[in-house]
Design a protein around this ligand. Structure first.
Ligand SMILES: [Zn+2]
Length: 643
C-alpha cells in the first residue's frame, strides 16, 4: 500500500506539469475549454455554487476555474454533486493544489447509468456495497441494481415470510460451484456449516440512504416467475408440485403465489423508495405449467394460448400491483414473450434485439447486452485470470459498445434510458475478486453512459484510466492490473497467411445454426479465433467437422493443421481424433495422418490444441475430418492452415 501511495503521489505530481486538468476527467465531459492561467489554492479550493433552475438539466453542470477560484452553476443537487466529482478528479482528491483555468459544460448522455451486483450466488457485505457506491459516484453512475434473490440464496429480510432468511439464505457449501455441483440444498440459519447471509431491513435502509447521498438509486430485484428454487424450498406450496426441491418456477395458477409476491413486494417497496422495482422474468423453464392443473385452469379462465402468455399474465398482474404503489417494473428481455406488460421497462441482455423490439412498441429500455456488458467474462487471457464463467471481455471491448444502433427508429431512441454493467457472481467468491472484475471495466461503461460518442476515444480513455486505477488501488480497491494486460491471442490480432488462405472449402457435413462465424469462408479466411468461441471467428459444430479444401493446383504440402479449444463448463471439447487426407484429382484420397486427442476431458481450464501434421506430399485437395468427442458437446475450429 505504501508503495502504491508513493506511485500515486508521483503520478499526481507528474500530472501537475502537463496533464492534471480537465482533460484527465472520467467520464469525458461534454465540452472543455482551457483558458489562460492556473488556479493555486491552499487547503481546499474556493468553490462558489449558483443554482440556476431554468437553464440546466438536473444532472448537468457548468464549472469554471479562474485564477481566483472555482464557480459552479447547476440546477439541482445532483448537478452540484457531479461538478464536485469533476473537481475532485482534477485535484486528485484535493492533493493537488493547482488547477489549470478552464470552462467545462457537462451533462450526461443517458439518464440511467447502472451497475449490477449479484448478492445471491455469493453474499456480499454492506461495506462492500457502500465501497462500490463510492466508486460509482466518482464516475457519475447513478443506479445500483441489487440482484437480491436467486436459487443460490434469498438475501433480504421479509417479515411475513421468515423462512426466506432463516432457511433459503443458507446452504451447506461456501461456494456456488460446490453447491451447484452438489445436491443444491439449503440449510437452517445458525446450523453448523451453514454458509450465506441476508440483509436486515435496517441495513438496506442504511444502504439506500448512503447511496441517495451520492445521488445513486438502489433498485432491488425480486426474481419471478423463475430462478426461485430457494423460495420453493422454503415454501413448497408455491410451486406447481407443492414439493420442496422440485420446482424453479412459481405456480401461476395458485392465488397464494400472488399473495406471496405482493406481500414481499410491499415490504421491499417499503424499504426501497426507488422509482423502479426489478421483477426478473428471465430464463423461466415453464415446464411444470404445461401439466399443472392449477396453471392449466388459469390459462383456460384467462383465455391464454400458451405458457408464454401465462408468464405474461403474471408479469402484467404484478405490474398492475407495482404501478398501484406508484412504482414501475423493470424486467429482463424475456418479459417480451407472450406480450409485454403495458408500462414495463425492458433490460435487454440477450443481445439488443429484445430492447429494440420493446422500443419499437414504445417501451423504455436499458441496454445490458452480454457481449459488452457482462463483466463475469474474463477480462484478460484466461490462462492468467481467475476462473470465470468463460468468455473474454477486455476493457476495450466494453468501451467500444455504442448503445444507439442504426436499426433503432429515430423517433423511439428517447426510450433508450441508458446502460448497465452486470456482474453475475457464480464464480466470484470474494469481495475483492468482485471488485477486480468491476474496475476498470465498469468505468468504461460509465463513460459510455455519460459521454457523447464523438468525445470517446479508446486510447485517450486508457491514458486517463491508468492513473485512475492507481488512485483506486490507493483507496483500497482491488483493481485489474491494466498495465500488465496480456491481451488477445497474438495470432488473433495479426491474422495468418498460408497456402489455403482464400481457397474454397466444401463442407462434407453442413455448417450448423449456432456458431457460423464467417460461414464457408471461416476456415480459410486467415482470421484466427480469440480467447472465446463467441467472437464470431470460431465455427461451432455439434457433429464431426469434415471439410475439403481446394488449393486450385497441385502443390507441395509440408504442413496441415487446425486449432481446437476445450472449455468443459459450456461443453466444448477436443475432437477424439482428426484424419487428414490429400488428393491430386479430388477422387482418390490418401490418408496422411490420424491425430489422436491426448487432452483429458476433465481439464477445467480453457485449453487450445493444434491437431497438425508435418508432411511431404504433393496434392490439390486437402480433407480435414475432426471426429466429435465421445463426451459429445461442441467442436470449435477457427482455421485450417496449409503450408
Ligand atoms: Zn402450476
Amino acid at each position: 500500500m505504501r508503495k502504491n501511495l508513493l506511485v500515486f503521489i508521483l503520478l499526481c505530481s507528474a500530472y501537475s506539469v502537463f496533464a492534471q486538468g480537465p482533460e484527465t476527467v472520467i467520464p469525458k465531459p461534454a465540452s472543455v475549454q482551457l483558458t489562460d492561467g492556473i488556479y493555486t489554492y491552499g487547503d481546499d479550493p474556493e468553490v462558489k455554487v449558483t443554482y440556476a433552475k431554468d437553464k440546466l438539466a438536473p444532472e448537468a453542470y457548468e464549472l469554471s476555474v479562474t485564477r481566483r477560484g472555482v464557480r459552479i452553476k447547476v440546477s439541482s443537487p445532483s448537478g452540484e454533486f457531479y461538478a464536485r466529482q469533476t473537481l475532485d478528479q482534477m485535484t486528485c482528491g484535493g492533493r493537488h493544489k493547482q488547477i489549470p483555468c478552464c470552462e467545462i459544460n457537462d451533462a450526461p448522455r443517458f439518464p440511467y447509468r447502472g451497475l449490477h451486483v449479484d448478492v445471491s450466488r455469493h453474499f456480499r457485505s454492506v461495506d462492500f456495497l457502500k465501497k462500490q457506491i463510492d466508486a460509482m459516484a466518482m464516475f457519475k453512475m447513478n443506479r445500483m441494481h441489487l440482484h437480491l434473490t436467486d436459487a443460490a440464496g434469498w438475501r433480504m429480510q421479509i417479515d411475513a415470510y421468515p423462512r426466506l432468511t432463516s432457511f433459503a439464505a443458507w446452504r451447506p457449501q461456501p461456494t456456488w460451484k460446490e453447491w451447484w455441483a452438489g445436491k443444491r440444498l439449503y440449510a437452517d440459519e445458525g446450523e453448523e456449516g451453514a454458509f450465506g447471509g441476508y440483509y436486515t431491513k435496517e441495513q438496506m435502509r442504511e444502504l439506500v440512504e448512503y447511496a441517495r447521498e451520492r445521488h445513486i438509486e438502489v433498485i432491488p430485484e425480486i426474481e419471478m416467475p423463475s430462478h426461485s428454487e430457494e423460495v420453493l424450498a422454503a415454501y413448497p406450496e408455491l410451486g406447481c408440485s407443492s414439493q420442496a426441491y422440485k420446482d424453479s418456477d412459481f405456480c401461476v395458477g395458485n392465488e397464494a403465489v400472488f399473495e406471496f409476491l405482493e406481500t414481499v413486494l410491499t415490504e421491499v417497496m417499503d424499504v426501497f423508495p426507488s422509482k423502479y422495482i426489478h421483477i426478473g422474468g428471465d430464463e423461466a423453464g415453464k415446464q411444470h405449467w404445461k401439466t399443472c392443473p392449477k396453471c392449466q385452469q388459469r390459462m383456460k379462465d384467462e383465455g391464454l394460448a400458451g405458457v408464454d402468455e401465462l408468464q405474461s399474465y403474471m408479469i402484467r398482474r404484478i405490474e398492475r400491483f407495482v404501478n398501484s404503489k406508484g412504482r414501475h417494473i423493470i424486467g429482463w428481455d424475456e418479459i417480451l414473450q407472450g406480450g409485454l406488460a403495458p408500462e414495463a421497462t425492458v433490460m435487454s441482455w440477450r443481445g439488443t434485439e429484445g430492447g429494440i423490439k420493446a422500443m419499437e412498441q414504445g417501451h423504455d429500455v436499458i441496454m445490458t447486452p452480454g457481449r459488452y456488458c457482462y463483466l463475469d467474462h474474463a477480462q484478460d487471457a484466461p490462462f492468467q485470470e481467475p476462473e470465470s464463467i468463460g468468455g473474454y471481455l477486455p476493457l476495450d471491448s466494453v468501451y467500444v459498445y455504442e448503445p444507439v444502433e442504426a436499426s433503432m427508429p429515430e423517433d423511439k431512441v428517447h426510450h433508450l434510458l441508458g446502460v448497465q454493467a452486470n456482474l453475475w457472481s457464480e464464480y466470484i467468491v470474494t469481495d475483492s475478486h468482485a471488485e477486480y472484475m468491476y474496475w476498470p471495466r465498469a468505468i468504461a461503461l460509465a463513460e459510455t453512459g455519460w459521454s457523447m460518442p464523438q468525445n470517446k476515444d479508446i486510447k485517450d480513455f486508457r491514458n486517463r484510466v491508468l492513473p485512475m486505477l492507481v488512485r483506486l488501488r490507493e483507496m483500497g480497491y482491488s483493481t485489474f492490473d491494466l498495465e500488465n494486460e496480456y491481451g488477445e491471442r497474438k495470432l488473433a490480432q495479426t491474422g495468418l497467411d498460408h497456402k489455403a488462405r482464400g481457397k474454397k472449402v466444401t463442407y462434407n457435413k453442413p455448417i450448423q445454426d449456432w456458431y457460423q462465424a464467417n460461414w464457408e469462408k471461416t476456415f480459410t479466411d486467415g482470421v484466427i479465433g480469440g480467447w472465446t468461441y463467441s467472437d464470431n471467428r470460431w465455427q461451432g459444430f455439434l457433429s464431426d467437422i469434415d471439410v475439403t479444401i481446394d488449393l486450385e493446383s497441385v502443390q507441395q504440402i509440408n504442413y496441415v493443421g487446425g486449432t481446437f479449444m476445450q472449455l468443459i463448463g459450456p461443453g466444448v471439447f477436443m475432437p477424439s481424433k482428426v484424419d487428414i487426407l490429400v488428393s491430386e484429382d479430388g477422387a482418390d484420397y490418401q490418408l496422411i495422418a490420424t491425430l489422436w486427442n491426448d487432452v483429458p476431458t476433465t481439464a477445467e481450464q480453457l485449453l487450445f490444441k493444434d491437431f497438425h501434421t508435418i508432411c511431404n506430399v504433393k496434392a490439390r485437395y486437402v480433407r480435414y475430418h475432426a471426429y466429435r468427442s465421445t463426451m459429445r458437446g461442441f467442436l470449435f475450429l477457427d482455421e485450417i492452415v496449409v503450408n
